[in-house]
Design a protein around this ligand. Structure first.
Ligand SMILES: Cc1cc2nc3c(=O)[nH]c(=O)nc-3n(C[C@H](O)[C@H](O)[C@H](O)COP(=O)(O)OP(=O)(O)OC[C@H]3O[C@@H](n4cnc5c(N)ncnc54)[C@H](O)[C@@H]3O)c2cc1C
Length: 314
């Protein structure tokens, strides 16, 4: 009875508060991009980057393709950010199909290019086969973190899974694996995307109870295409809730409406995370600025400084 009364009081309070009014913009953000394959995709990436850059992200990261397939493109994208922007870039690096010597060489080249932050991952086999470590390679992300620290004093982020990685035997083993990555020298964790704020908050609390005090950034994927997302979610163990599927029902031929629904769902999720004390958010941008920008705006974030115009400079 008491909890019913509490829920009613909470519901009334929520209804009486203007939407998003309590969000002061006291948040930190980071953005993930993937390396472009074509000239057109390259133009879109830099457009996206320049739109999001004024939000002063604490870092932006660039993914690494399965089996090192994007090695040169990832390096070129990260090096360009390092050379042309005050925003700190982070390069994703995986253990897949590479020897320790090859990975160490890539890492050393990043350090030489001024890149100080690596997102260290085990990675997945191309074609979705069960993971097999390279005979001379790093067996997993724990070993990779230790190896990178031996190359240079990198700032290192690692992956975390609020809904448990599919290869983990249980949630406790997965959390223990995260703890070992942090004990090996990683500075923070970034989570796989999820659609249940409660799943993230429970995971954060379980991590704290397990003695993890490094920051855990929620990975926010603003979804505007559920069927595409389902493929990714199946691979990484993320649940797509039925309510989300039904919200996109009937919108296949309405791309603009899909974007509005996508922004609403992601912003509401961030609002709940914020209410749960989260202040740092990592956005999977898919190289598109508008959804991430809109959500940051709803969270109260504003551009830190307008980019200098030619007229102002004259
Ligand atoms: C923020 C983020 C960014 C990502 N970026 C990329 C990217 O750029 N490129 C890419 O290819 N992939 C990327 N991924 C996906 C990632 O590579 C996969 O999820 C991969 O399957 C696991 O990588 P990991 O670093 O979490 O692995 P690890 O932490 O090494 O382990 C993965 C799982 O396997 C289990 N495990 C590990 N070792 C053992 C063992 N010896 N015995 C039993 N269980 C074990 C662990 O419990 C853990 O659950 C990213 C994921 C996230 C969350």
């Amino acid at each position: 009875m008491t909890s019913t009364l509490n829920s009613l009081a909470e519901a009334r309070r929520a209804a009486a508060t203007p939407l998003f009014a309590d969000l002061a913009g006291d948040i930190g953000v980071s953005f993930e991009f993937f390396p472009p394959k074509t000239e057109k995709m390259e133009a879109q990436l830099w457009d996206t980057f320049h739109t999001l850059e004024p939000l002063a992200p604490s870092f932006v990261s660039v993914t690494y393709g399965a089996g090192g397939s994007t090695r040169e493109r990832t390096h070129a994208t990260v090096a360009r950010i390092a050379a042309t922007s005050p925003v700190a870039p982070a390069a994703h690096l995986t253990c897949v199909e590479a020897s320790r010597a090859e990975i160490d060489e890539v890492a050393a080249a990043y350090w030489a290019a001024g890149v100080r932050h690596i997102v260290a991952l085990r990675g997945d086999m191309p074609g979705g086969e069960p993971y097999r470590a390279h005979p001379d390679g790093y067996a997993n992300a724990i070993e990779l973190v230790a190896g990178l620290k031996a190359v240079a004093p990198f700032d290192i982020s690692v992956a975390a899974y609020p809904e448990v990685h599919p290869d983990a035997s249980c949630a406790e083993a997965d959390l223990d694996n995260l703890k070992r990555k942090l004990d090996a020298g990683a500075n923070r964790a970034i989570t796989q995307f999820f659609f249940s704020p409660d799943a993230f908050l429970r995971f954060r609390d379980a991590a704290a109870a397990a003695g993890i005090d490094a920051p855990i950034l929620p990975g926010i994927l603003p979804v505007s295409n559920v069927s595409q997302t389902r493929r990714m979610a199946d691979m990484c163990g993320t649940q797509i809730p039925a309510w989300m599927v039904s919200l996109f029902d009937g919108l296949d031929d309405h791309p603009a409406a899909r974007q509005l629904v996508a922004a609403t769902i992601a912003a509401e999720m961030c609002r709940r995370l914020y209410a749960g004390g989260v202040r740092d958010f990592h956005f999977y941008t898919l190289n598109r600025a508008e959804l991430s920008y809109a959500i940051c705006h709803l969270l109260g974030l504003r551009p830190k400084a307008a980019p200098a115009t030619e007229e102002a400079a004259a």
